[in-house]
Design a protein around this ligand. Sequence first.
Ligand code: FNR
Length: 188
Amino acid sequence: MTQSVGVFVGSLRRGSYTRQVAHVLAELAPSSLSLEIIEIGQLPLYNPDLDGDDPPAAWTAFRSRVKALDALLFVTPEYNRSIPAPLKNALDVGSRPSKKSVWDGKPGAVVSVSPGAVGGFGAHHHLRQVLAHLNVSTLAQPEIYLGGVADLLDESGALVKDSTRAFLTKFLVTFAAWIERNPAPARS
Ligand code: FNR
């Protein structure tokens, strides 16, 4: 059975390296996984005052889309040693109303990306902290801190090195096995 994996990209920037990496991951994924980017840039900032009987349509559509997924893949840059605000906003939107979080119990994985040498380590672990609270079963290993990303991609967004391709392929195969072992709860 093909598992549907929602890919959440932390950058809204045109020409984002992170989005290019997300596309590479979708291409390298084993046939048991179907990766699709779930857009987050259109979500209004989370405000509990708006979350009554008639919440913003973009929140409702996003929650339904996430609820239908088998697994979650977060691909994020680092902003000031943490996750970019749009990604945190998407996590907050999906986490409410209370006890109706659409993240709950789903298997997930994190890839952090940076042109810098540290590979988004700070963002990566802030994100893992949030996912632990949201009861996402996050793959522990291999950890992917993709540093120096500008040198890993060519102008078309393709990977330059076979070693990066092999590393990311191994990660995706491990993630596929993780999803099999930690299935999302039945949807209600
Ligand atoms: C950054 N950048 C950055 N990089 C990093 O490695 N650690 C950091 O803490 C930060 N902080 C930061 C804050 C803000 C507000 C911006 C706009 C940028 C640089 C960042 O990694 C770089 O712009 C990447 O290219 C962003 O990813 P995308 O948009 O290419 O996917």
